[in-house]
Design a protein around this ligand. Structure first.
Ligand code: GTP
Ligand code: MG
Length: 344
């Protein structure tokens, strides 16, 4: 009795304290979003580079394909980011490692700069810089799951424009606050975009559907993993219209959720199901090896893969403090569109 009602009072007060003018900040946030989107010119340069790399690669491997993946292809890329390329070679006789070294050779003897083969990385890559366009890029071999999840993210982005707006703001915040550094135990850009998609799937009314829960119109099998979902997203362009929340409101609610509402002890966010699932159901309750599961974000296709696995007992506190800081700024700060992005 008493406990419950005092909790209700507290919730009501929190609601009352919610600033009434949050919508006033939407135009400033949209302005920031637009300033982050890459220009047509930059996209043309990326295509030029891809085209000339294709020619080089096909001289050695006529059947090989080059796919863009990551932020330059998923529509969540800010301007001046590096580009990620996947070299797809079928039925190769030589090992992945030898392909990587051969590729580095080919690039080196063309006019590409700073060619480096990182053969011992988790995902082995060749890094290089193109002096013509000034673009840096990473090339990996046969990482086709990344190509598929790139398409999934791009498809979600076409359903409601608020997804890209929210994700650009969240990525910009994460980079400014230095919580987008997986080698320091914070989250990848890919993880933040999944958090945004999941958040919009679970608004009421929903702003995004769950594409993997719908009729299958696109199906590929990659490394024994079936990747299937509804990809005729042009039919869903009115999906979110019943929800009238402004971008500023959504940014506020996103940080509020991760600061005060998410159940870190028990819950996993899952874009695949468009809902919250339990750690118990995934057997993510214990630390196994280096996977601590302190914040759980299920990969939509590699379902045993927790994108929060990089987070450790120190960085979880840093992350949660940054979510709280962001939520409080959106709630109380007179200049949230500036303060939110103050460098750490
Ligand atoms: P920025 O480079 O920060 O703009 O974002 P990005 O979207 O390119 O993300 P990131 O460089 O973190 O990852 C590149 C791509 O690798 C992602 O878009 C995914 O397609 C793919 N990927 C698949 N699994 C993982 C994973 O566990 N971690 C990361 N970081 N990327 C993954
Ligand atoms: Mg990238």
């Amino acid at each position: 009795g008493h406990h419950v009602s005092s909790q209700r009072v507290r919730i009501r007060r929190r609601e009352l304290r919610r600033r009434s003018n949050i919508d006033n900040f939407s135009s400033s946030f949209l302005h920031i979003f637009k300033s982050l989107v890459p220009s047509e010119d930059e996209i043309t340069k990326q295509e030029q580079l891809l085209f000339s790399l294709k020619k080089l690669v096909n001289k050695e491997w006529p059947d090989a394909e080059l796919h863009l993946y990551g932020s330059c292809a998923n529509s969540f890329g800010v301007s001046n980011s590096d580009i990620d390329i996947c070299l797809a070679i079928k039925d190769y006789e030589i090992s992945k490692l030898d392909i990587l070294l051969k590729l580095a050779d080919i690039l080196e003897s063309s006019n590409l700069l700073n060619v480096q083969a990182l053969t011992r990385a988790r995902v082995p890559i060749v890094k290089m810089m193109d002096p013509v366009t000034g673009i840096s890029c990473d090339i990996c071999i046969n990482n086709l799951l990344a190509v598929v999840n790139t398409k999934l993210l791009k498809d979600y982005a076409q359903i409601d424009e608020r997804l890209r707006q929210l994700a650009f703001i969240v990525k910009h915040w994460a980079k400014s606050r230095r919580v987008n550094e997986t080698y320091q135990g914070t989250l990848s850009s890919y993880a933040y975009v999944l958090m945004c998609i999941h958040f919009l799937q679970t608004r009421d009314p929903a702003i995004l559907p769950c594409l993997q829960g719908m009729e299958v119109t696109h199906k590929v099998i990659v490394d024994d993993t079936e990747c299937a979902y509804f990809d005729s997203v042009e039919k869903l362009c009115n999906f979110g219209v019943r929800n009238k929340e402004s971008i500023a409101q959504l940014i506020w609610a996103f940080f509020h959720y991760w600061a005060y509402c998410h159940d870190y002890t028990n819950n996993v966010i899952s874009v695949r199901t468009g809902s919250i699932i339990s750690k118990q159901a995934k057997d993510w309750t214990r630390r196994i090896g280096n996977d601590r599961h302190l914040i759980c974000i299920e990969d939509p296709f590699e379902v045993s893969h927790d994108l929060g696995r990089v987070v450790d007992k120190f960085s979880i506190n840093i992350l949660r403090e940054e979510f709280e800081r962001a939520a409080n700024i959106l709630q109380y700060d007179p200049n949230p569109t500036v303060t939110l992005f103050e460098p750490y």
